[in-house]
Ligand binder design. Sequence first.
Ligand code: MG
Length: 158
Amino acid sequence: MYRIGQGFDVHRLVPGRELWLCGIKLEHELGLLGHSDADVAIHALCDALLGALSLRDIGYHFPDTDPRYKGIDSKKLLSEVMKLITGRGYEIVNVDITICAERPKINPHIGKMTDVLAGLMCTDAGNVSVKATTTEKLGFTGREEGISAYAVVLLRKI
Ligand code: MG
């Protein structure tokens, strides 16, 4: 039995915040604004995982009105989501993530991002794809007002 899920997320770029993407901190003069660490890529991934098993979305499980999640490391949210997935007897087949950002350059960090996510999901790094694209200076990502991320996952019943 296979299940597919997709996720999408956006966070605003602002001064005075750290920039976290796929569980690692990038050096940049702007960071993503949010109740958690605002790791937009992990949030899209969590929504894809939840969506695959019709388990609602990340905001349902971790509401941004709950002080427990203020400033939380999104890696912890991904670990919690994985407990729901494995608890229902599913494992990762593969994951494919696309980050849309004009800056900073994501490509030098993709190996590390892949390793971090694979570790959190207890799967091989070969099952985790992280891609990055600009939007050719078009739209809110192109104007560096925010960063968006898309994720698709395939799960298999163990
Ligand atoms: Mg989010």
